[in-house]
Design a protein around this ligand. Structure first.
Ligand SMILES: [Zn+2]
Length: 594
């Protein structure tokens, strides 16, 4: 059965009625009385018409058609199909190869998928888009395997930059180097006399500055270590080596110039190109703040390859409310109206807020962020933002932080009354068993990043023990309770590649290989469920389920073709699957050299 876009069918029926002999129409009306049957007749007439030699001149010849595909539409009305037709930026028909092929005109791009899997474009519900872009456009030191390689990469990168432009990022790891010795400024000074360098270790807890950066930051032999920070020094001369640990890094960040608009534009361009290459057609940027103008400039230049939901900081909700903007304001390409707050810290830094103390740090059970103080401040902000019609999105990791935010949401819903508000909790990482069902009951979206589970899963039990771990990243329990899951990555904290997210949700195999059958395997979910959370779920989380998330006629044409069928292969192989083609808004925005 071929499924057409209802709008287009209506438009075609009316523009064709003039061409259909009146007699046929009269006869049809007499013989077949119901509207339904008439609609079928019109459809059949139209399909016959597309065979005519004028097919290429018809207003509804498709612009792009994918045939011979294995399409998982995520639309429960028609879950599987072979072919899809796109006109402009919309999907216009979904059906068999034979049926859809008929919609081709002279100018239609016909893509033979040769049996490959087609899915709706992925919608990453939680990214930090600009920092991702800056990371991509900076020097990559992550896999430099020696001090020489480290220095050489910085030299090559500096050569391409105008004098005075900073080099940051890097993500080096001296544990990979033969003697695991920390780098020092002498390694890079001679290559970078006019280029300030401040490149960080991959955990962000230390960074190497060159002499120029130290000079700009006024860090000398006389500078004292700040509280919570260390200036690493030469043991004989006392001269700073360039490595600054933890709080000492702020000496340099204080003099680091804010990036220019052009630099931000370049970062956003790098980010959108990367998103296209991994099949991500929508992102929800949790730290967009003032970057909306950068995205708009990219959109105006025709360079934006993914849709963006640009989320603001919750503490600044009044400024957004005063503009009159309400939840999901904007176009299908660029929207705003969401506010992101923070309830607590992270498990890695033992700042996620729990009811019980940490096993490996018994003096603490985590802390609330400054947004939680004074008592009642968070409630007041959520109440005000919700009353203004904005969407509230709050980061909560520890079980206590999750309980507190769920309770705030419940209270605000009671006070402000019923409406389609779609409160969200980001991460929802550690939940008490009794809190799991509250997500479904209170219609709170659990926006989760499965890759964190296979990353943190290496050491999480050391920190919180086995009992609490059982309801950690509780995908299965949340789905079974009827909650809506929205998947994403938290890029740059985790890679943007959706295949890694799906692999993580389905296998729960930790990165250290120590849980081959999955860490807390009872919380695994199916490939189908993971893809649904990454498409339908994340579209719902940003009020866009009518526009995207499934391959359905009349929805936006966001599609991805994958190199292998993730529903069929061994789930252990999913992380190696590649994107063959990404289509966003009807445009091919990425094509691998297949
Ligand atoms: Zn985040």
């Amino acid at each position: 059965m071929i499924h057409y876009a209802p709008d287009l069918l209506g438009a075609r029926a009316s523009c064709w009625s003039a061409g259909v002999p009146a007699r046929i129409e009269r006869e049809a009306r007499t013989v077949m009385k119901t509207k339904l049957v008439l609609a079928i007749l019109v459809t059949l007439l139209l399909m016959t018409a597309t065979f005519s030699t004028r097919a290429d001149k018809l207003p509804f010849a498709a612009d792009l058609i994918i045939i011979n595909a294995k399409i998982h539409t995520m639309d429960q009305g028609q879950p599987l199909a072979e072919a899809v037709a796109v006109a402009g930026n919309r999907i216009v028909a979904v059906g068999s190869t034979k049926e859809i092929r008929k919609l081709a005109g002279a100018n239609t791009r016909l893509i033979d998928a040769k049996g490959q899997l087609v899915l709706p474009g992925f919608n990453d519900a939680h990214v930090h888009f600009m920092s991702g872009g800056f990371q991509l456009s900076s020097v990559d030191l992550r896999d430099a395997n020696s001090q020489q390689e480290f220095a050489e990469r910085i030299r090559a990168f500096a050569d391409k930059l105008p004098p005075g432009r900073w080099i940051t990022g890097g993500d080096w790891d001296h544990e990979r180097w033969p003697d695991a010795k920390l780098p020092d400024k002498e390694l890079i000074d001679r290559f970078t006399p006019n280029t300030p360098v401040f490149v960080n270790r991959l955990d962000g807890h230390m960074a190497l500055a060159n002499s120029l950066a130290l000079k700009l930051a006024n860090v000398t032999r006389q500078t004292l270590d700040p509280p919570g920070g260390v200036i690493v020094r030469d043991p004989t001369t006392g001269e700073p080596t360039g490595v600054l640990k933890d709080a000492a890094q702020s000496f340099v960040w204080k003099v680091f110039p804010a990036p220019s608009f052009e630099e931000k534009l370049a970062a956003a361009r790098a980010a959108t190109n990367h998103a296209a290459s991994v099949g991500v057609t929508s992102v929800q940027d949790m730290s967009a703040g003032a970057d909306v103008g950068v995205y708009q400039a990219l959109l105006d230049r025709g360079e934006l390859k993914n849709r963006i939901y640009a989320v603001w900081p919750l503490p600044r909700w009044e400024r957004l409310a005063q503009t009159g903007v309400r939840a999901h304001f904007g176009s299908a390409m660029l929207r705003t109206g969401g506010l992101k707050g923070f309830a607590d810290g992270s498990l890695g830094s033992t700042t996620a807020l729990f009811y019980e103390p940490y096993k490996d740090a018994p003096s603490t059970s985590g802390i609330g962020t400054d947004e939680m103080f004074p008592e009642g401040a968070m409630l007041e902000r959520v109440r005000g933002a919700d009353r203004a019609g904005l969407q509230v999105i709050i980061h909560a990791i520890g079980d206590r932080a999750n309980d507190i935010i769920l309770s705030i949401y419940e209270q605000v819903e009671n006070e402000n009354g019923d409406r389609d508000r779609r409160f969200r909790i980001e991460h929802a990482q550690h939940l008490r068993a009794q809190d799991i069902s509250r997500f479904a009951r209170d219609k709170v979206i659990a926006s989760m990043q499965p890759y964190h589970a296979i990353d943190d899963g290496r050491w999480a039990e050391k920190r919180i023990g086995h009992e609490r771990a059982k309801t950690t990243y509780a995908f299965r329990s949340l789905l079974d309770s009827g909650a809506t899951l929205a998947f994403g990555t938290d890029w740059t904290v985790a890679p943007l590649d959706p295949m890694l997210t799906i692999y993580a949700a389905v296998t729960r195999r930790t990165l250290d290989g120590k849980h081959p059958n999955g860490w807390i395997p009872e919380q695994k979910i199916s490939v189908e469920e993971a893809v649904r959370a990454y498409t339908v779920g994340s579209a719902f989380a940003e009020f866009q389920e009518k526009e995207k998330g499934t391959i359905t006629p009349d929805k936006r044409a966001d599609l991805v073709i994958l190199s292998r069928d993730i529903f069929k292969i061994d789930p252990k192989e999913i992380d190696k699957v590649k994107v063959v083609m990404t289509i966003m808004d009807g445009r091919v925005v990425y094509e691998s050299g297949r």
